[in-house]
Design a protein around this ligand. Structure first.
Ligand code: ARG
Length: 470
């Protein structure tokens, strides 16, 4: 890629688009230090798309001829093919994706190619490229979030009745259903998708026309370019258009939240898979073994995802810091926006794709979940609620049940193991119907309001998510 030797003499500054003003060549190190072609070439198709829209507009307003436009279109088509077939020679001497493509265009079509940059600067060009590139990434990631939610909703439907201990402080709290637990993540990823949609609105604005910073003297038609490129609006201030990268920061922030949610799910998968807990197993293709311990099957994918959360947070901090205190308008600092942004999009794309597949391969072990739920006095709150419904104030009911739990602890049994007589020793109002609320099934079924864990509610919510997608 970048290491491809240039066909030009490295000190031949004439190959630079801005060379005439300079009397001294830059050193090899400075050239490498300032070049971005090694990474920004991945925006090439968007760069060409932007250039074609710009050329189309220049021809429409009469700044270039229809003949020039046709040549530019022909040249760009050829360049696109060269890039696709990996025949395009990227040169470090030409600094970035923009100058590389423009240089090749001039090679192919001559003077018409030299007219393309009329009324444009690399500053508004690069801002446009990033927005086009990011818009595409957002659309891909939104689709992936949708797939993951579907997968979680299917899992929820399948396990609407599967009892799982719900935890607070990582201590057994109350029985819930595994389906409900899956739907909690579906909610998180649903909000993540909303954030991307919202971010897309601000990404989808056209900087072209801002030129270097002050706009241009040509009679440009920015609305036309915006329409051609599918932008909803044009940026209303040229200084702002070329300089701010807040839209990229927004994306990185939405991505950081996605990874934060992924890391929570990862943590649970790792915990659930550990032999001490044993609630689930993961398909072998998401795990690896140990080079020394033959018995091991490690949950590498969720662990890695947990780890990758850090790098995505890092990119967010890097971009925020990059933008901080930058005076108007464009500064070369902004060239540093790309690698972190690219890596952020790559990381969430791969992570979401892999997680959708992995969640499909989760093997749920209902007996282990049930056994754990039976151990932690998970229905104690239900007993308290039972007493409240018989007229006891909640605080008193709480106290009564606490005493019952303590006595169970001493005997080493569960609340449901106590006889009616024993239970009545804590409160005489307790009747034989108490055993309905002391069962795990009774406990979850009673929470059937919106947002509750009852199987019937889980089925409604999961179905709703599945229906949205169709
Ligand atoms: N490669 C540059 C970037 O990524 C393009 C804009 C350069 N503009 C300039 N005036 N040097 O930001």
């Amino acid at each position: 890629m970048t290491d491809t030797p240039s066909t030009h003499n490295q000190f031949d500054n004439k190959s630079k688009a801005w060379s005439a003003r300079f009397s001294e060549p830059v050193s090899e190190l400075v050239k490498r230090y300032t070049a971005s072609v090694g990474f920004d070439q991945r925006m090439a198709t968007f760069d060409i798309q932007g250039s074609l829209a710009h050329a189309d507009m220049l021809a429409a307003v009469g700044v270039i001829s229809q003949g020039d436009l046709a040549s530019i279109q022909r040249g760009m088509e050829r360049i696109l093919e060269e890039i696709k077939d990996e025949r395009f020679t990227w040169s470090l001497d030409l600094e970035d994706v923009h100058l590389n493509i423009e240089k090749r265009l001039v090679e192919l079509i001559g003077d018409a190619g030299k007219r393309l940059h009329t009324g444009r600067s690399r500053n508004d060009q690069v801002a446009t490229d990033i927005r086009l590139w990011l818009r595409h990434q957002i659309d891909v990631c939104s689709g992936l979030l949708r797939d993951l939610r579907m997968r979680l909703a299917s899992l929820a439907l399948e396990h609407a009745d599967t009892i799982l201990p719900g935890f607070t402080h990582l201590q057994v709290a109350q029985p819930i259903t595994f389906g409900h637990h899956m739907l909690a993540y579906a909610e998180m990823f649903g909000r993540d998708a909303e954030r991307l949609t919202d971010c897309r609105r601000r990404v989808n604005r056209l900087p072209l026309g801002a030129a270097a910073l002050a706009g241009t003297t040509y009679p440009i038609d920015r609305e036309r370019v915006a329409r051609t490129l599918g932008f909803d609006e044009v940026c209303r201030n040229s200084l702002d258009a070329v300089s701010d990268r807040d839209f990229a920061i927004e994306f990185c922030s939405a991505a950081a939240l996605i990874m934060m949610h992924i890391s929570r799910l990862s943590e649970e998968l790792v915990l659930w898979k550990s032999s001490r807990v044993g609630f689930i197993d993961l398909a072998d293709r998401f795990c690896t073994g140990s080079s020394i311990m033959p018995q091991k099957k490690n949950p590498d994918v969720p662990e890695l995802a947990r780890g990758k959360t850090g790098r995505v947070y890092g990119h967010l901090m890097a971009l925020l810091t990059l933008m901080k205190s930058q005076p108007l308008a464009y500064n070369k600092d902004n060239q540093e926006d790309k690698e972190g942004l690219f890596d952020t999009a790559d990381t969430i794309r791969d992570t979401l794709t892999i997680f959708t597949d992995m969640m499909g391969g989760v093997k749920v072990k209902p007996e282990a979940m049930r056994a754990a739920a039976l151990q932690g006095y998970a229905t104690a709150t239900d007993l308290a609620d039972y007493l409240v419904k018989r007229g006891l104030p909640f605080r008193d009911a709480h106290e009564t049940v606490a005493l019952a739990v303590r006595s169970c602890e001493e005997r080493g049994c569960d609340l449901a193991d106590l006889t009616l007589e024993e239970l009545r020793s804590f409160n005489a109002g307790i009747g034989p119907d108490v055993f309905e609320v002391l069962t795990l099934e009774g406990s979850v079924a009673a929470r059937k309001h919106v947002g509750g864990t009852a199987p019937e509610r889980v089925r409604i919510e999961a179905q709703q998510i599945l229906d949205q997608a169709h």
